[in-house]
Design a protein. Structure first.
Ligand code: ATP
Length: 516
């Protein structure tokens, strides 16, 4: 674990040094849990966004995308339940004066129990060798079963107490489990209190006419209030979906772990409108579909898992997370929620407008049910970046830092490098850049020895380097070097477009969803 923490620190400093992510307003010492994306980060983020949008909107006939405003009528948040229920239970440690989310403290405790299970599995796998059957072991080993039971009981009790707003019991649970403050090591806790996560602001110039507003804490509500507009103007037939990417704001109690938990972040959400009664089926389908999207990026099946919720949000009748193995452990990357008709029915109630769909097949009107997929763009960025980071020891015992970013998402697709800064090589290299940049994000670099330039490109995850040398003058060929294998091959300049395309083409990557 210590090792992983080290790696995570390195990822964060690499992100800054190579123009991916920096603290917001850094010259004023930054703003807590707010970050800016620098030149390479902005490209990577844009590519992830596009990969999601294409998979969601372009490839699905029955899903359309919108772009709603961040400011919304304040009644929206009454109807959605956020004014009353978008709270996190907070608890302070009296000795360290540190503030925690009570549910996170408990979940971390459970994660430790789960880690013990994993340890038992590893031990047994070693002992039994080839004959080891993991499923059987998990289902029969006494110690493992006890751990599992314990973990489940804790989560169940927490879920129930939170649902019943029984904050006293949440505190009791923390005390009974002997959870200590990670900083002070003490069990000297305050009571658990609810804290609303929405940021307030005002609209209007004069104090008395100003209207209290919230910065949206999720993008979903912008979709719900537009349900009828889109359904009618697009003549959409159920089942259909509305997708959106945009900023959301949450005054998180504990904002740590870099861009994993931010106060200003971006969400990629899709609300899928369905007939009541079909939610189980669609919930299952969307869970599968979203996992396929993740797997298509080739970041390793073993790094993802589903986590079904015990503690359901105020709007959900079923919910699961897709968790990813971040350097600090398996954590939520995306949520898939069956939201019933909670949102639309409440907007009907609060707005007095009918938000129904006439179903010609059933010959009746109803408020549709909704299955939602919701992923944090920044969190996905962190998944990609932390997974990509590698310090590789090479054959000659030197090391290189390489970002093995899926080529389709890489900020720069290829770098063109003249071997030397003379003899007409820069001119040819620049001409190649001119030709390729219509289709791909290409960079040009002529400074330092070519080996150093390769390293610089490895460090930002550029999949291909194209080197122009003296042979190029004779035969119009160049050397193409691959980031991951460092393999080099000689190709004709005329082939470059198709070579780059075969590595980075979105179509080719998205097709992997079919076989994932
Ligand atoms: P958590 O339990 O981690 O607070 P959540 O369950 O409240 O998250 P949702 O409301 O389901 O999260 O939001 C959907 C997605 O938005 C999450 O899966 C995550 O990827 C992203 N997200 C939520 N809060 C943040 C945040 N503060 N910073 C970055 N991404 C976030």
């Amino acid at each position: 674990m210590a090792n992983q923490e080290e790696v995570f620190k390195k990822v964060i400093s690499h992100a800054k040094e190579y123009g991916f992510v920096v603290q917001s307003s850094e010259i004023y010492d930054g703003l807590s849990a707010v970050y800016d994306y620098a030149q390479n980060g902005a490209e990577l983020k844009k590519n992830i966004r596009e990969y999601w949008w294409k998979a969601m909107v372009q490839l699905n006939q029955n899903i359309v995308g919108i772009d709603a405003a961040i400011f919304m009528h304040p009644t929206t948040w009454k109807a959605s339940g956020h004014v009353d229920a978008f709270n996190d239970p907070l608890i302070d440690n009296k000795d360290s004066k540190k503030r925690y989310r009570a549910d996170v403290l408990i979940e971390d405790h459970v994660a430790k129990i789960e880690a013990k299970i994993e340890k038992e599995v590893k031990k047994a796998a070693k002992r039994f060798g080839e004959a080891f059957d993991k499923e059987q072991f998990l289902g029969t080993n006494q110690r493992v079963l006890e751990y599992q039971e314990k973990a489940e009981a804790i989560l169940k009790r927490m879920g129930k107490s939170l649902e019943n707003e029984d904050l006293e019991d949440v505190k009791n649970l923390i005390e009974e489990l002997g959870i200590v403050c990670p900083l002070s090591g003490s069990r000297n806790w305050t009571d658990v209190k609810q804290f609303n996560l929405m940021f307030g602001t005002k609209l209007g110039a004069t104090a008395d006419s100003a209207m209290d507003l919230y910065l949206r804490p999720e993008t979903a509500q912008g979709i719900f209030v537009n349900f009828l507009n889109v359904q009618k103007s697009g003549r959409m037939k159920i089942p259909f979906g509305i997708a959106q990417v945009g900023k959301a704001f949450r005054n998180e109690i504990v904002a740590r772990q870099f861009i994993f938990r931010m106060r200003e972040f971006e969400q990629m959400e899709m609300q899928f409108f369905i007939a009541p009664g079909t939610q189980q089926e669609w919930y299952k389908k969307w869970k599968e579909n979203r996992m396929k999207w993740h797997l298509s990026l080739g970041m390793g099946e073993e790094n993802y898992r589903f986590h079904d919720h015990e503690k359901l949000a105020h709007y959900a009748d079923a919910a699961a997370d897709i968790e990813f193995r971040f350097p600090f452990g398996f954590k939520e990357l995306e949520g898939i929620h069956s939201r019933t008709d909670f949102d639309l029915a409440n907007h009907e109630k609060y707005s007095g407008k009918k938000l129904q769909y006439f179903d010609p097949e059933q010959n009746k009107s109803y408020v549709p049910y909704v299955v939602e997929t919701s992923i944090g763009l920044d969190r996905m960025f962190l998944a990609v970046l932390s997974h990509a980071y590698e310090e590789e020891t090479l054959e000659n015992n030197s090391t290189r830092v390489v970002l093995r970013i899926p080529a389709v998402l890489a900020p720069v697709k290829a770098a063109v490098l003249p071997l030397v800064k003379k003899d007409g090589l820069p001119e040819i290299a620049k001409k190649i850049v001119e030709d390729l940049r219509w289709e791909f994000n290409i960079s040009y670099d002529e400074k330092d020895a070519v080996g150093r330039r390769y390293r610089r490109q490895d460090a930002v995850g550029t999949p291909l380097c194209i080197t122009v040398d003296h042979d190029t003058l004779q035969d119009n060929t160049v050397t193409v070097r691959y980031r991951d294998s460092m393999e080099q091959k000689r190709v004709a300049i005329a082939e470059l477009t198709s070579i780059i395309k075969s590595e980075v083409d979105m179509k080719h990557w998205l097709h992997k969803m079919d076989t994932a």
